[in-house]
Design a protein around this ligand. Structure first.
Ligand SMILES: C[S@@+](CC[C@H](N)C(=O)[O-])C[C@H]1O[C@@H](n2cnc3c(N)ncnc32)[C@H](O)[C@@H]1O
Length: 331
């Protein structure tokens, strides 16, 4: 393991430093916790990702590693979605998933620019940047291309990290990859300069712990930049299932209604409203600024048009019903 990464890593249970043993695992100072290194990726996860168990992921990661020797990234995502994903899905869903992955590679750099613009942050800090919930690494690549220095991508899904490894290698960008839970980060306190976390807060299992951990790991003066789809958006449908006004349902009804609509279950998603976002941020990052997204992709819809036509007169109210909140916090 690279020394630069090892010096940043800590046991997420005890906070102790880690030593590499036999090239295949990391052990904490007191010897109480051991973490495997799988395909070069240290694995600190203490619970399963939402869509596959850790065992299923480990088998899938082996197959991805083997396939990625002969395939390019594009072929690899197709192979993963069609042949490796362990749970049966309708063909249309598989096609949509492949298309989504392809579009991410194109969208990630412009999304980074627009989030940086909204928060008026022009330059990335020189030190360590964490892409928190990095998925298949598109934002890691965009951060590197935008001039980030040492970049680390962390995700709960080993499969996504294996895809990220291929994507980054293909793009010739270097980022360190770590499997872990955002709720218990395997990084030393006050070790990170900047955390970028697009499209993640609505997927973590504990949103307060996610923000508290980011706060702990940031250096004083460091920033966290993230976006959060609004539970109570009236200008766009729920972004994962495409159902308008879904967020107005009581939480307990969301999964059964989603199933009734033939959209599968509503798992691994929890959108938050502006009030809830403010309450969590007040507890975890008292220094924060919340903006709302002004370039709404649904602006062609009727509610979108009304939203934009009347925005100037009722600006403050819109932040309660916009489609996305953008948050920049300072430690
Ligand atoms: C919608 S994807 C966004 C990926 C990437 N940030 C992007 O914008 O392309 C959400 C990511 O969060 C990850 N994730 C969900 N829960 C997590 C957790 N508790 N800890 C770390 N990552 C998590 C998922 O595995 C997934 O890759």
């Amino acid at each position: 393991m690279h020394q630069k990464l090892l010096s940043l890593l800590r046991c997420p249970q005890t906070g102790e430093t880690l030593t590499e043993v036999d090239g295949r695992s990391l052990v904490n100072q007191s010897g109480t916790h051991r973490y495997p290194v799988l395909h070069g990726i240290p694995d600190f996860r203490h619970f399963d990702p939402p869509y596959m168990t850790r065992q299923e992921e480990s088998d899938a990661a082996d197959r991805i590693a083997e396939a990625s020797r002969d395939m390019d990234y594009d072929a690899l995502i197709e192979f993963f979605e069609r042949k490796i994903f362990p749970h049966p899905r309708p063909a249309a869903k598989i096609d949509a998933s492949i298309e989504h992955r392809r579009s991410l590679a194109i969208r990630s750099p412009s999304r980074l620019e627009s989030l940086l613009d909204i928060t008026a942050r022009q330059a990335l800090p020189k030190g360590v940047t964490l892409d928190l919930g990095c998925g298949s690494g598109e934002a890691c690549a965009a951060l590197k291309q935008r001039g980030a220095a040492m970049t680390v991508g962390l995700d709960i899904s080993l499969v996504e990290l294996m895809l990220a490894k291929k994507l980054l290698a293909e793009k010739g960008e270097e980022a360190y990859l770590v499997a872990g839970c955002a709720e218990a980060l395997p990084f030393a306190s006050e070790s990170l300069d900047f955390i970028y976390s697009p499209d993640v807060i609505e997927h973590v299992s504990d949103q307060s712990a996610y923000l508290s951990e980011a706060q702990r790991a940031l250096k004083p003066g460091g920033n966290l930049l993230l976006n959060s789809p609004n539970r109570f958006s009236i200008v766009s449908p729920e972004p994962h299932i495409g159902v308008w006004f879904f967020g107005f349902l009581p939480r307990a009804a969301m999964d059964p209604v989603c199933k009734l609509l033939g959209k599968g279950g509503y798992i691994g998603k929890r959108l938050i409203s502006l009030n809830e976002l403010r309450a969590i941020l007040d507890r975890t990052f008292p220094k924060h600024r919340i903006e709302y997204r002004r370039s709404n992709p649904q602006s062609h819809s009727l509610p979108g048009k009304v939203f934009f036509a009347t925005r100037a007169v009722a600006e403050p109210a819109f932040s309660y019903v916009c489609d996305q909140h953008i948050i920049i916090t300072t430690k």
